[in-house]
Design a binder for this molecule. Structure first.
Ligand SMILES: [Zn+2]
Length: 144
């Protein structure tokens, strides 16, 4: 009897430690859009672990174990799908930002490349803003 009670207490303590320890760990990651999903994922993993433990210990029937496990796995799949969706949308916006910036800088580079100075008199073009045309010697007042 004493041995049985000791065993039950030991199992309860182990279950308590297994169930509580992950929650007590401080969250080192900064707040991210994935945090609540990560927390849900961790909670599901924890439940699966507890479930397996309870099943091994004999607290759960085979059917109970299978149905609960399937429910948890379905939930986990949903969370993982959400993580994928979120990372895909974040990846898309993250990829979109540099590409628009690249487009802008390309446009700026193209604009600066096209920035030539044409002589209003003879239409000769120069890449420098000359005071007088190198071809005809007339003043280069109008720049294009
Ligand atoms: Zn000229």
């Amino acid at each position: 009897m004493i041995i049985a009670v000791t065993c039950i207490v030991a199992i309860a303590v182990i279950a308590f430690v297994l169930g509580v320890r992950p929650k007590d760990l401080p969250e080192p990651e900064p707040v991210s859009p994935f945090q609540h999903l990560d927390e849900r994922k961790a909670a599901i993993y924890e439940n699966l672990r507890d479930l397996q433990f309870e099943y091994r210990v004999g607290k759960l029937s085979d059917a109970d174990y299978q149905t609960t496990k399937q429910d948890l796995q379905k939930e986990l799949a949903a969370v993982l799908a959400e993580v994928d969706k979120l990372s895909a949308s974040l990846g898309a916006t993250a990829a979109a930002k540099p590409s628009t910036a690249a487009k802008k800088s390309n446009r700026a580079a193209a604009a600066s490349e096209r920035r030539t100075f044409a002589c209003p008199t003879c239409n000769a073009t120069f890449d420098k803003d000359l005071k007088f045309c190198g071809e005809c010697g007339k003043p280069m007042k109008v720049a294009q």
